[in-house]
Ligand binder design. Structure first.
Ligand code: 5GP
Length: 126
């Protein structure tokens, strides 16, 4: 089944400048901004500017410049927030939710960067 992208999703509106955001960093292909409902002291969302719904959609259809740009911008935010264990930081978690089981709220591909406190285990056991 082809991927369906909804142009009315909230991150599409942010990218079009229709609603404001608290920008952390921006590149040609990607935008990083603070999550409106932070779950940790650092909670930054990193999104591609292209119309992708999920990680697998992005990996399949984005060009290499977009993929490298998103990966590098994510690393830049991690470094600038002082989270990188390689640079003396306490660490972080990068996650991306997709679909119903992933409990994805906004259907525009995004990475969550979480840090600034111990984050607990990744997934709660049943
Ligand atoms: P998901 O569940 O799709 O992985 O996460 C969507 C995230 O987007 C949530 O953490 C939510 O707080 C955040 N979010 C939803 N609406 C807005 C908004 O209008 N602005 C910002 N900055 N974040 C939003």
């Amino acid at each position: 089944m082809p991927f369906h992208y909804d142009d009315q999703n909230i991150f599409a509106k942010i990218l079009r400048g229709e609603i404001p955001n608290d920008t952390v960093a921006e590149t040609e292909h990607s935008l990083a901004f603070n999550d409106i409902g932070p779950k940790a002291p650092v909670h930054v969302l990193v999104i591609p500017k292209g119309r992708y719904v999920s990680h697998d959609h992005f990996a399949a259809e984005a060009d290499e410049a977009e993929i490298v740009d998103l990966a590098r911008l994510t690393a830049r935010v991690i470094a600038e927030m002082g989270l990188s264990p390689g640079e003396g930081g306490e660490g972080y978690r990068v996650i991306s939710n997709a679909g119903d089981h992933g409990v994805q709220e906004v259907p525009h591909y995004h990475l969550h960067i979480l840090g600034g406190r111990p984050l607990g285990r990744m997934v709660q056991a049943d």
